[in-house]
Design a binder for this molecule. Structure first.
Ligand code: P53
Length: 484
């Protein structure tokens, strides 16, 4: 076992179309959920209140022509700046660049007979630009950007018809980018669906009695779609590597009280493991089936669904890792902090970010060992970083030691996990250039190595500036993490 990172380790960064591109109604693109999500800043410095997405909120957003409060409609104008922005990634020495394709650009009508050629030409050029810089493109097929038309015409992923529409979309991508793109992710953070059903599954909550059942039904359709997409990708090009992906919410027991340990086990299973057990393990785990039985949930399946899920598991396990959480059998009496999707219990041993996300580098090593032990499949860290407030100085510098400290400590623990024997194949830091936050639509919650001069309301020169962390990451890649 060599020390440190393998020579061919894939260092890089990750963005998503719906937070970067802007141009929300250009070249035929139709509306997506992010386009109708209003600016939703943190309430105090820790707790984020979730916005409810309803047909009324969608209709109100559609009628709103002033974009000021819909920051994802403008993103950072990556639709027009991608060439220069990707060149900056290359300047840092990225080996891989993760980016997503917007379904609503490629099939604006949802069930169009033919894909939108203008959209494909845009992605052709994005992918060619990545490759021309010697970087490997890694493409997320669906990243939190549910086309509204699929909600209005079909009711989102609750409808099995979405499986066919998704496969048609995949077929276009796999054929068009054959020989160019080999790394794919089927669904970004598929486990967000349980808490963010409208956003990721397009299943609106209108107070249905069986809403939870509808969510798991929608998820089942995504599991089948992902497995069939994996089969299709391998048939089109055996070199294709298809990843599943969860946002890993590492969970500790609050105390050594046995009841807390049970709570931790339950939460880890239903928040994280269930999704990986299906997509990397190839089966619905017994505890999930028991959970469904106890909650009166029945999932309707086609005869061969389970066989397809078993036969076409993911080639690698993708995960994002930002923070950890704790589980307690006595949760009512404990202090809360923000987790974006849910507010979570506060861990007294950890510091939080300015948004209350608990910073836990050691948790990353623990998680990598935990996940690798279970599936023995390669792991790709598809997101990791910290959202922070940055200051652009008059001389164009941005000093961001907090970002460097976060990334350095996490990458060091990732290195230790590699030395533990975990097969980690790559690391794409989240948001290498500042983009609009997914959870809050703030521009001021910045992740980048590259500063974008734009504020929460879209004002600013939009000029790009290299932060201190830019040079730090460049050096880290050049030395393959040897200094850690
Ligand atoms: P923002 C919550 C918790 C962990 C990961 O999030 C999450 C979320 C969603 O808000 O999602 C991923 O921008 C997601 C990215 C997102 C990033 O985390 O809310 O895949 O699209 O931008 C960071 O700070």
């Amino acid at each position: 076992m060599e020390n440190g990172f393998p020579k061919d380790f894939l260092w890089g960064g990750a963005l998503a179309a719906c937070q970067a591109e802007g141009a929300y109604n250009v070249d035929g693109k139709s509306l997506t959920i992010p386009d109708v999500m209003r600016f939703n800043p943190k309430l105090d410095r820790t707790i984020t209140k979730q916005l409810k997405i309803t047909q009324e909120s969608i209709d109100a957003a559609k009628a709103e022509l002033d974009d000021t409060y819909y920051p994802k409609r403008r993103g950072i104008d990556f639709y027009h700046t991608y060439k220069q922005d990707i060149a900056l990634m290359a300047e840092m020495g990225f080996k891989v660049f993760r980016y997503s394709v917007a379904w609503a650009r490629v099939f604006p009508g949802g069930d169009d007979a033919e894909p939108n050629e203008l959209a494909l030409r845009f992605y052709d050029d994005v992918i060619d630009t990545i490759i021309s810089h010697g970087m490997v493109p890694l493409i997320t097929i669906s990243h939190f950007d549910m086309p509204i038309v699929l909600i209005e015409k079909f009711g989102g992923w609750y409808n099995r018809k979405l499986v066919d529409l998704y496969l048609k979309y995949c077929d276009v991508l796999f054929n068009r980018y054959k020989g160019k793109v080999q790394y794919w992710v089927t669904f970004n953070e598929i486990n967000m669906s349980a808490k963010a059903g409208p956003k990721t599954l397009g299943i609106l909550d209108t107070g249905q009695e069986n809403y939870e059942e509808m969510i798991f039904q929608g998820l089942h359709h995504q599991f089948v779609a992902a497995a069939r997409a994996t089969e299709l990708a391998h048939a089109i090009d055996p070199e294709n590597k298809i990843g599943c992906m969860v946002a890993y919410f590492t969970t500790y027991a609050h105390t050594c009280k046995p009841e807390d340990a049970l709570e931790m086990q339950n939460e880890d299973r239903m928040r994280n493991m269930f999704y990986l057990d299906v997509q990397a393990g190839g089966h619905y785990p017994y505890y999930a089936n028991t959970y469904f039985k106890r909650r009166g949930i029945t999932i309707t399946m086609a005869a061969d669904d389970l066989a397809i899920i078993a036969a076409h598991t993911a080639d690698y396990v993708g995960m994002s890792y930002y923070m950890s959480m704790i589980a307690s059998s006595d949760a009512e009496n404990l202090e809360l902090t923000s987790g974006n999707v849910t507010n979570v219990l506060k861990n007294p041993y950890l510091e939080g970010s300015e948004w209350g996300w608990q910073i836990d580098p050691v948790g990353l090593r623990y998680t990598l060992n935990h996940v690798f032990d279970r599936y023995q499949k390669p792991i790709f860290i598809l997101e990791n970083s910290i959202g922070a407030i940055d200051t652009l100085n008059e001389d164009g510098t941005v000093h961001d030691p907090y970002r460097i400290a976060y990334l350095e400590s996490h990458i060091r623990e990732m290195k230790r996990a590699v030395e533990d024997g975990v097969d980690v194949i790559g690391y794409t830091m989240w948001g290498p250039i500042d983009i609009v936050s997914s959870g809050t639509s703030e521009m001021s919650k910045r992740y980048g190595f590259i500063y974008v001069d734009q504020d929460d309301y879209g004002a600013g020169t939009k000029r790009r500036y290299r932060k201190d962390s830019f040079y730090w990451y460049k050096d880290l890649i050049a030395t393959n993490g040897e200094k850690l």
